[in-house]
Design a protein around this ligand. Sequence first.
Ligand code: SF4
Length: 160
Amino acid sequence: AASKILVSACLIGQKVRYDGAANESAHPVLLRWLEAERVVPFCPECAGGLPVPRPPAEIVGGVGMDVVLGHAAVRTRNADVSEYFLKGAQAALARCEELGIRVALLKARSPSCGSTQIYDGSFSRTLKEGEGVTTALLRQHGIEVFSEDEFELADQALGR
Ligand code: SF4
């Protein structure tokens, strides 16, 4: 069977974002993957036990790998929610390992799914370079992670 790809559930229209919305993409590459039944939808924050809707969260004091290593936290304005984000990242990795998935296409700028930029922890909509917690854990285990700005690159990686 053709190899599968882990895709952020919000990108295929599941209303799992913190604010109860989706980020549905109609990119032709995604539609082709869906048609071929290669897409494994996954929302790390839901898998980690967080509800929809939920308060927005940002990584404070580092980037995704710092959270994995216990050196930074994912926080809402009031609480440390690192535990949920770590549990979700581990569930994403387990799903990839179970299905032999080597490529993921995840939503940009999320504290879980972001792959090049995330919000900087000041809750002022300010971006910084870095990746989310799930992306960091997947990459640490050799899984290639792309964003919705990189469908073509992900498609090439998947075809290899
Ligand atoms: Fe989408 Fe990832 Fe946020 Fe879930 S955790 S809503 S899949 S960006």
